[in-house]
Design a protein around this ligand. Sequence first.
Ligand SMILES: [Zn+2]
Length: 57
Amino acid sequence: MTAEAKKEENKTKKQKPREIKFKCQRCQKEVPLKDMVSVTRFRPVLIVCRNCADEMR
Ligand SMILES: [Zn+2]
């Protein structure tokens, strides 16, 4: 690995220390942000995991 590549790797690690997780408002499971779905037909909008969004369909 070159010094340049190593530097780049450190930078990436700093920007993304760990995966951001949200708690599903329906099943209370912690899921990554990319698996969260906002159900806009509820007011206030419900933020749930993909599983729950499928079940609520
Ligand atoms: Zn859920």
